[in-house]
Design a protein around this ligand. Sequence first.
Ligand SMILES: CC(=O)N[C@H]1[C@@H](OP(=O)(O)OP(=O)(O)OC[C@H]2O[C@@H](n3ccc(=O)[nH]c3=O)[C@H](O)[C@@H]2O)O[C@H](CO)[C@@H](O)[C@@H]1O[C@H](C)C(=O)N[C@@H](C)C(=O)N[C@H](CCC(=O)O)C(=O)O
Ligand SMILES: Nc1ncnc2c1ncn2[C@@H]1O[C@H](COP(=O)(O)OP(=O)(O)OP(=O)(O)O)[C@@H](O)[C@H]1O
Ligand SMILES: N[C@H](CCC[C@H](N)C(=O)O)C(=O)O
Ligand SMILES: [Mg+2]
Length: 490
Amino acid sequence: MKLQKLLSYLHSLLNHEGENPEITSIENDNRKVKDGSLFVCIKGYTVDGHDFAQSAVGNGAAAVIAERELDLPVPVIVVRDSSRAMAVLADAFYGHPTQKLRLIGITGTNGKTTTSHLLEKIFEDRHEKTGLIGTMYTKIADKVYETKNTTPDSVTLQKAFHEMTEAFVSTAIMEVSSHALELGRVHGCDYDIAVFTNLTQDHLDFHKTMDRYKQAKSLFFSQLGNAYIENRPKYAVLNADDDATDDFIKATAAAVVTYGIDNEADIRAKDLKIDANGTSFTLTAGKEERYIQLKLIGKFSVYNVLSAISASLCAGNDLDDTIKSIEEIKGVAGRFELVTANQAFPVIVDYAHTPDSLENVLKTVAEFAEKKIFVIVGCGGDRDKTKRPIMAEIACNLATDPIFTSDNPRSEDAAQILRDMEAGVAGKEYSVIEDRRQAIVHAVSKAEEGDVILIAGKGHETYQLVGDEVLHFDDREEAEKAILSRLGSA
Ligand SMILES: CC(=O)N[C@H]1[C@@H](OP(=O)(O)OP(=O)(O)OC[C@H]2O[C@@H](n3ccc(=O)[nH]c3=O)[C@H](O)[C@@H]2O)O[C@H](CO)[C@@H](O)[C@@H]1O[C@H](C)C(=O)N[C@@H](C)C(=O)N[C@H](CCC(=O)O)C(=O)O
Ligand SMILES: Nc1ncnc2c1ncn2[C@@H]1O[C@H](COP(=O)(O)OP(=O)(O)OP(=O)(O)O)[C@@H](O)[C@H]1O
Ligand SMILES: N[C@H](CCC[C@H](N)C(=O)O)C(=O)O
Ligand SMILES: [Mg+2]
């Protein structure tokens, strides 16, 4: 696409006329620039992309988008906010791909990955080709790509959508993080259905206050279509049991569908029965009523199922087909995943890394644990420090044997993170075993029939981030090794 054509999408009052090279790609990393790239300079949290503009030109950049004038031998287009300009340009460069897809976005503190996988199953059972973008990976039809962020930057995102349209994907499902909303990564995405799971504490290192965190989430609903087009309805699917929903109802012009358990809702679950093998409940959807039996465990799973059913109905799917798909789902990797190696007690690996998710998952474990509950839990480095003492307190209140350990210390000192956790539990009973492998071995060696071990925080992760190193580490593998070693030496 020609530079001038691309720039016309910025709708800028400033005159950008001038040279008009052919643009071959949009890049914000000078190391990815090739001949004809448009290089976008982004002032990041670590470095300033403007410092790499010269090198980008050296690598072949045909033009540069920047937030200030730069002395370069190629056209430099100055914009107010280069991240936002990048989103506009990426959407245009890739031919507005989300207008050609049914796009379902999911935001909320917990449950995004789980809900996205429930929806993926529902649409795949309808024989649709699907795309999925989220924490675990980006999946385009049958191809799976590694991802760095839950919601990637706008260029990576639009490129993925473009590839989806080329692969005849009809429904794309994606997690929309609050960081992405705040930083404009999803500008240009034309969502058809926007789902809200819940809002509880996390990411205060980034958003500073819960109110600002809520405002970031609110952007998702306020940016959802503000026109009423026949045959192109827009839906906001909201959790009636979460206080933030009232604000999102006010923020959106889209049709609102609510789901819930405790409060009145369009799609509601009642008579929940939860045990170690699954969960059952009665669903009401308007005048329809169905008995549903899930292999998924816990009240929080029912919320994810309700939001997925609601989104599916908004997409026009049949209720009974949707329920059939949901009832078949065994689980999502690293979410309440059982490690079984013939041991006498359940060992569960779960991705709870926020106060609310830890509380939910421990309360669920308490519903079927007959004796002790061991929880192995840590808190990530370079992340919200204020959640550390709270998570430690929840672990001590809801488990008999809490063990604090490391979870991706990143640039921080692992021992200091543990001290931050301990600040919340003075006088309570707990152990500290910094080495996560040893913490798992310890719990496995102590547990007996009737006990439950919960290994929280890393779920599907296959690494431990220590400093700049990515060390292979998988809770599921470690638990299995520890169990086999105990059984072998018994
Ligand atoms: C705080 C944050 O969101 N950071 C994101 C940001 O990184 P940054 O600001 O540090 O970038 P930077 O390294 O300063 O670079 C600035 C610019 O210079 C460019 N550069 C940099 C170096 C170089 O040699 N050449 C070069 O051109 C970079 O490409 C970039 O355009 O831009 C990067 C590229 O898009 C992101 O990968 C990175 O996410 C980091 C990895 C991250 O950890 N983000 C977390 C906080 C996050 O976004 N999490 C949410 C999910 C949270 C949840 O729901 O649980 C997510 O959506 O992933
Ligand atoms: N609806 C829910 N409400 C509260 N907690 C939940 C809910 N769904 C899942 N959880 C808990 O949160 C953990 C993370 O779930 P999931 O990965 O689906 O969330 P996420 O929103 O994608 O998280 P992230 O933002 O880190 O990607 C689960 O392992 C479980 O402990
Ligand atoms: N998306 C979350 C994942 C946290 C996972 C946990 N293991 C940690 O490292 O804190 C984050 O980046 O904050
Ligand atoms: Mg996720």
